[in-house]
Ligand binder design. Structure first.
Ligand SMILES: Cc1cc2nc3c(=O)[nH]c(=O)nc-3n(C[C@H](O)[C@H](O)[C@H](O)COP(=O)(O)O)c2cc1C
Length: 333
């Protein structure tokens, strides 16, 4: 756990309206579905944990597997009964994960759901709240690949889902987004005014690669690379003054100082995942230590003393960024 010493900077901050001891949030991943790991993550000094997402397809898949295993159904009612039973069984497993997590750790536990359709999630979101989750993250993604959908159609899907879940639960809601939006800053600001507590940038998807020997597509590396931090820094510095709720930034945090950079760019909290797979849970402790040393060196007493110092403050960030670009290339001989 993060030791607070009077000489050191106070690392407390808020995440989704909840007081946390460190700005480091462990993002949804394989580690956060294992109860044994949750305790280790807390002991390493994380401020909060986002549980592994439960995916709509996962529930439907478990349900259809169970249905396939039945030889016959005497009546449609029997089919419905087994279908509903299987569905609730899959959901119950997730609910038990939330309950166990709440028993095991004291830091906030955020449940994560990946939505496609709205109906199933309403019921499920309420169950998550009843199970004791401190918040809920909607891990949402529409790949804008359908030529029949325009940008407004896609944005409306997000807005409708947020509005529905917002009405269904009283716990704080975080929205995890990708950067595939026509006007990201405008859209992020719009949804940040919809009564949500946090926006988490960015979602990451399985990247596609091609195997030229077997002439097939294959998944690319599942972990992020160090270079991805630069896009995250850019968007954090643009969006942090645009959002009207708290902002979690992540994607490409692989060095201890990356956490400091994202806070300087204006994030309220920093999300880490891939680095834990590569460097172990100790990475959380190292980030906290680096953070305290850097804070002491710069004589900062709290995160608010420096958070957002390097956020973009102009109303026209594209002008600002263009100027930076020209300055840089003009200097290259
Ligand atoms: C193994 C693995 C599993 C993940 N599973 C989920 C998931 O279930 N839900 C989700 O929202 N993000 C998931 N992610 C994405 C991470 O939460 C995070 O957004 C992404 O990895 C970028 O952060 P990083 O650079 O620190 O890895 C997963 C990432 C990894 C590497």
């Amino acid at each position: 756990m993060l030791a607070q010493n009077n000489n050191f900077m106070n690392t407390q901050t808020t995440f989704m309206g909840l007081q946390i001891q460190s700005p480091i949030v462990i993002g949804s991943c394989g580690f956060t579905k294992e109860t044994a790991k949750l305790k280790e993550i807390e002991q390493a000094g994380a401020g909060a944990i986002i549980l592994k997402s439960i995916f709509e397809e996962q529930i439907l898949n478990e349900t259809s597997n169970n249905l396939r295993n039945q030889n016959y159904f005497a009546s449609p009612e029997a089919y419905d009964y087994v279908s509903n039973y299987s569905k609730s069984n899959a959901v119950d497993k997730y609910i038990n994960l939330i309950k166990d997590a709440k028993q095991i750790v004291n830091i906030p536990i955020i449940a994560s759901i990946n939505c496609i359709s709205n109906d199933e999630w309403l019921n499920f979101a309420s169950k998550i709240e009843t199970a004791g989750a401190d918040g809920i993250e909607l891990n949402m993604f529409v790949l804008p690949s359908d030529v029949n959908l325009n940008a407004e159609d896609i944005e409306r899907f997000y807005e409708d889902t947020i509005a529905i879940i917002r009405r269904a639960v009283n716990i704080p809601i975080s929205i995890k987004l990708s950067y595939y939006f026509t006007s990201l800053a405008r859209f992020v600001q719009k949804i940040s005014l919809m009564g949500i507590a946090n926006i988490n940038i960015f979602n990451r998807f399985l990247k596609t690669d091609i195997d030229i020997d077997n002439i097939i597509t294959k998944p690319a590396n599942i972990l992020t690379s160090q270079d991805e931090i630069y896009d995250t820094i850019r968007w954090t510095s643009i969006l942090s003054n645009v959002v009207k709720c708290s902002l979690t930034a992540g994607g490409g945090v692989h060095k201890e100082e990356d956490c400091i950079k994202l806070l300087l760019a204006g994030a309220n909290t920093v999300q880490i995942v891939s680095a834990l797979y590569e460097q172990g849970l100790d990475f959380i402790t190292k980030c906290n230590e680096k953070f305290l040393q850097w804070g002491e060196k710069n004589n900062f007493k709290s995160i608010n003393d420096f958070r957002g110092k390097l956020a973009i403050k102009t109303n026209h960030p594209s002008d600002f960024l263009r100027v930076q670009f020209m300055k840089y290339f003009a200097e290259i001989k």
